[in-house]
Write a protein that binds this ligand. Structure first.
Ligand SMILES: [Zn+2]
Length: 339
């Protein structure tokens, strides 16, 4: 085994040990009620008592310091998925007892599971730790099962992008991590990683054109019910639900408050097997209009019989976007609970 491969395995084993110690897999797989399908890396750092401060850093994504006491800095100037990867990388430096490290955005450019022979082994370890800590194989499988994504579906950029949103990982890191687990081939990963997320967002949105493509585009269906989604204030939600229109049952959108979301599209899709009176697919595109913690809620009922609800669709959203200067939201909650 090469020194690089050795470093990668050591780091992945360490990430798995930390998941075990904190029962992270149990919390996600056995969630009662609302499911939080991400590894809460900021919350983990709070529980480990590893100080984490967000700052508008120049030229750096993050830093790990060990003197006089261990601590981590992460930039406020990048999206949440990058902040999460950076924090997990610095957590790797801490957990693997590394020397202090200043990390610029080369940590995003390199694949977390390959490196040249002369690479800095400490950085190789921190990258592999970060990628496998945020997206362990069991979590990738968990989300695939929940959404019915098979091995055949995975090389599709839309599927990988949706997985990355659920897991809170960057799109490119998700490609390389799936390849490491042999869930896609290395060639697939390379081709997928070359695709701009903006192109994927456009393909999902079709005729809907947002003012800018800063926000993420979530494809939601039955499988997402009961999950809490962590996103940003400009995110778009493409909800596709079966509707028993023939029997007079229609989805009502009044749960999408207009001070929180604008409905950008509301159509019934033609399906191949469509016969008069059968169920159709209702496609609703809603865009968040502000930072918010709220929910997407709809009920299916007969319009002339408000009490005739046959189905409801609810999921929670946490659309604060990147962490701002100071402590993480998770740490403020943690300190409040401990007080
Ligand atoms: Zn580093």
């Amino acid at each position: 085994m090469t020194a690089i491969e050795n470093a990668i395995r050591k780091a992945m084993t360490a990430a798995g040990r930390l998941h075990n110690d904190l029962a992270i897999r149990d919390r996600i797989e056995r969630a009662n009620g609302t499911l939080n399908g991400q590894v809460d890396v900021f919350g983990v750092m709070a529980r480990l008592n590893l100080p984490l401060i967000f700052r508008p850093l120049d030229g750096l994504l993050g830093a790990f310091m060990s003197e006089p006491n261990p601590g981590v800095l992460v930039t406020t100037k990048r999206p949440l998925s990058v902040q999460r990867f950076t924090a997990a990388h610095e957590l790797g430096h801490f957990y693997l007892k590394h020397r202090p490290s200043l990390d610029d955005d080369s940590i995003l450019r390199r694949s977390p599971f390959s490196a040249s022979k002369d690479a800095n082994l400490q950085e190789v370890e921190a990258d592999a730790f970060a990628a496998s800590f945020l997206l362990p194989q069991w979590l990738a499988i968990f989300h695939c099962k929940r959404h019915g994504w098979t091995k055949q579906d995975l090389p599709d950029p839309r599927t990988v992008y949706q997985l990355s949103l659920r897991a809170g990982t960057s799109y490119a890191a998700t490609c390389w991590t799936l390849a490491r687990y042999n869930m896609i081939s290395r060639l697939d990963a390379k081709q997928l990683a070359d695709i701009e997320p903006k192109k994927i967002k456009k393909a999902i949105l079709g005729d809907v054109e947002p003012a800018a493509y800063y926000g993420d585009v979530w494809e939601l269906g039955e499988a997402d019910k009961g999950e809490v989604l962590h996103g940003g204030p400009d995110d778009l939600f493409v909800v596709r639900l079966k509707e028993n229109a023939g029997a007079g049952y229609l989805w009502r959108l009044e749960g999408l408050n207009s001070d929180a979301f604008t409905v950008r599209e509301d159509v019934r899709e033609q399906t191949d097997a469509e016969t008069a009176g059968g169920p159709v697919v209702r496609r609703i595109v809603a865009q968040s209009v502000r930072q918010q913690q709220g929910s997407i809620r709809m009920t299916e009922a007969r319009p002339w019989q408000p009490g005739s609800v046959v189905n409801d669709y609810t999921l929670d959203v946490d659309l604060y976007g990147p962490e701002v200067a100071g402590w993480s939201r998770a740490e403020r909650r943690f300190r409040l609970e401990a007080a």
